[in-house]
Every structure is written in structure tokens, then in C-alpha cells.
Design a protein around this ligand. Sequence first.
Ligand code: ZN
Length: 149
Amino acid sequence: MSELSELYQQVILDHNKKPRNFRKLESANHFAEGYNPLCGDHLTVYLDLEEGAVKEIAFEGSGCAISKAAASMMTQAVKGKSREQAEELFTEFHSMVTGELDEETQENSLGNLKIFAGVREFPVRVKCATLPWHTLQAALNNEERASTE
Ligand code: ZN
């Protein structure tokens, strides 16, 4: 972890300790369970989708600091967004962590999600960071399960 910026570490640790929107969402009309067998991350994403927009989103589960922080920040990033905007963010996030998008020079709406750019140096961690997003995608598509495999 010494390669990663101090800011990155602080943000990850903060979200790991106090994950945002970490609860079961009783009003959810979509949900999916995600599993990353490489690391053991296991989480459920709950969505209340109203008129094509994410009215509420929450998650629960257990996993490493990166998967938990990624899920926490994802819920903040997609809340209030349209389904299309949420899917676009996933595409950008995925491209960034796999090194296809240079978040500094190419246009994107990643905002503070850029903090995860550092995981591209650690291929095993890419799956931890993208698991919440794959799970969100599965929930949007009414698939009950997502796996990084
Ligand atoms: Zn993990």
C-alpha cells in the first residue's frame, strides 16, 4: 500500500470504518448479491429505482477495505442519478481501474471516485473495487447474483 497516495489511504480507511448507506433498504425494488471469490468480498446492493432514477441505494455485507470503501462511495455517487448516468459512471470507473481511461486527461464524471485510480497497479484489487459496481449492474438488470469471475 506504500505506493498509494496518502489521500487515497485516508479516504479508503474512512469509508471502511464508517461506510455510508450501509444498511438493508426496506423500500428496495431491485437488489443483487455480489461475490468476489478471489478476496472473499461479499455484498448485497439494494436499489429503490423510481421512474428510471436511483431514488435510494444502500448496501450491506463484508469484505476488504477497498470493496467496502468502493461500495460506500458508489452509493454516494449514484444516488439521485438516472439509470443511464449510473451505467455511464460504471463504464468510466471500470475503464479507469483497468487503465483504459486516463482520469486526469480524458473527460469523465468520476469526481472523487478518481481516488480509486491507484488500484490499477494492483490487478487483484481491481476486482475488489469493481465488485460493488458489477453488483449494482446486476440489480439494475434484475439479476440476483453478480460475480467477478
Ligand atoms: Zn477485496
